[in-house]
Structures are given as structure tokens and as C-alpha cells.
Design a protein around this ligand. Structure first.
Ligand code: MG
Ligand code: MG
Length: 264
């Protein structure tokens, strides 16, 4: 069932999402070779709790194994999603996707950004650029009257024409009081198909794009998902509200991009 939000609820969602964005910006300030992913997690958890919010990922249930043990997902290089922060030391040339979720005043925030660690290869920068562009192309489609398939088509078309792989197994989602609500928002699709978008619908759009094949495998921890061919993957996510006839982006990369100095 689609749960359409009121204007008041959209403002609460904005608050939760801006906290996610500020958390990712705090992380951007300390990402460099030599930092561990656990240090990023400690910073994120402290920052979120200092703002009287809850990190929604921590303790997130897993039907196949233990609940998620950390406040952010840190997915390094070939890891696509759900990497668990640990003693892994980030190296010059790595990329790391940091996915973060918050709950404040009863509403959820969810956003992800793929960061460069030091100097990364040109082909990797191009993957990040294409993935981020595909997110904004998808958001352009998120208008009342359009359909879920228009969003997926925009991501798929932009990335596949450049030879990248589009992950099928993980998708975007509705968001509100719950982090994952209906509808599912795939990163592939056919124009003019799927559920119709309406004012009040709030969704997280999150392209997960691979440099090589999008074939995935899950590691024994039952969380970490990586590419089978070992090549890199990128992941960018915004939460948006469709209202007043347009797409309103509730999270923001502005602070991150200022810190990064628009590397790509
Ligand atoms: Mg996310
Ligand atoms: Mg999400």
C-alpha cells in the first residue's frame, strides 16, 4: 500500500534526511588513506546520537543471520552494499560507499555517497560520475503522473549506454515512518510501466552501478554483497518527496561536494 505524506510529514522527513546529509559530510571531512571504516562508523554514530536521533541501520534485522552491527554501511571497492565497518584501513585509490540512515521525530532519513580515498583511477572516477548523474536523471522523472518504470529506465539507460552494469537484486524504496515502505524503486525498467507517481509519495532512489558485470555474491557474514568479478561498484542515494507537482530532494550532497572540492 502506498502511504502518501502530508506537507508536515514531508518536513519531518526533510529533517531526518538533512541529518543524514550532515553525518555524511562529517565523514567526508575525515576520509583519507589510513582511516579505518570502524572510525567512520564511530564518528557517524556519535554525531547522530548527539543530534538526539537514532541510527536506523544499527540492529536492523537480517532474516538470514545476525542484525546489522553498525550505524553505517561502508562498502569498499568491489563491495556493492551492506559492507560492515571494521578494522579495514582505507588505502590511497580506494572508493568507499557510505550509506547512512537516521530516525528522528518518528521519520526516517536514508542517503548514500561514494567517496574517493586519495587519488583514484580515472575509470573509477567516471563510474562515480555516471552513477551520480543517473541518480539526478532518475529524479527528473519523479513527477506526478509518471511511473516507477520511468525512474528505473532513466538509471538503466544512462549507465548501460556507457557499458556499466546495473544491479537488479537491490532497489530503492518508499520511505516514511519506516525506512523501507512500498513501492520498490528498481534501477531498471520500461518507460510508462509500473505504479503511478503521485503528490505525497516519498521515495529513496539509489542506483548501484558496477564497472564490470553486475553479478553479485553475498559473503559468509550474510550482509556484505560484492561483485563476482571483483571490479568496483558505486552507490548514490537521495530521498525525495514528490509534492507540489515536482520532485523535492530532501537529502543533499552540497556539504560533501564543498569538502570534496568537486573532484569529478
Ligand atoms: Mg541507504
Ligand atoms: Mg535506501
Amino acid at each position: 500500500m502506498l502511504y502518501l505524506k502530508t506537507e508536515e510529514e514531508i518536513e519531518l522527513l526533510r529533517k531526518a534526511n538533512l541529518l543524514v546529509s550532515s553525518t555524511l559530510a562529517e565523514i567526508a571531512k575525515i576520509i583519507r588513506p589510513g582511516v579505518t571504516t570502524k572510525e567512520l562508523d564511530n564518528l557517524a554514530e556519535q554525531f547522530i546520537r548527539d543530534h538526539k536521533a537514532v541510527p536506523t541501520f544499527k540492529g536492523y534485522p537480517n532474516p538470514y543471520g545476525s542484525p546489522f552491527p553498525a550505524s553505517i554501511c561502508t562498502s569498499v571497492n568491489q563491495v556493492v552494499v551492506h559492507g560492515i565497518p571494521d578494522d579495514t584501513i582505507l588505502q590511497d585509490g580506494d572508493i568507499v560507499s557510505v550509506d547512512c540512515g537516521t530516525l528522528i521525530d518518528g521519520f526516517c532519513g536514508d542517503s548514500c555517497y561514494t567517496f574517493c580515498v586519495g587519488e583514484v583511477k580515472e575509470e573509477t572516477k567516471k563510474l562515480l560520475k555516471a552513477t551520480k548523474e543517473s541518480l539526478y536523471k532518475a529524479i527528473e522523472q519523479a513527477l506526478p503522473g509518471r511511473r516507477i518504470g520511468d525512474i528505473g529506465y532513466a538509471v538503466q539507460h544512462h549507465c548501460e549506454k556507457q557499458g556499466y552494469g546495473v544491479v537488479r537484486e537491490f532497489v530503492g524504496h518508499g520511505i516514511g515512518k519506516e525506512m523501507h515502505e512500498d513501492p520498490q524503486v528498481p534501477n531498471y525498467g520500461t518507460r510508462g510501466t509500473g505504479k503511478q507517481l503521485r503528490n505525497g509519495l516519498c521515495i529513496a532512489i539509489e542506483p548501484m552501478i558496477t564497472l564490470g558485470s553486475p553479478k553479485l555474491r553475498m559473503l559468509d557474514d550474510r550482509w556484505t554483497v560484492e561483485t563476482c568479478d571483483g571490479r568496483c561498484a558505486a552507490h548514490f542515494e537521495h530521498t525525495i518527496a514528490i509534492h507540489k507537482g515536482k520532485a523535492d530532494i530532501l537529502s543533499t550532497f552540497e556539504q560533501i561536494e564543498e569538502i570534496e572540492g568537486h573532484l569529478y
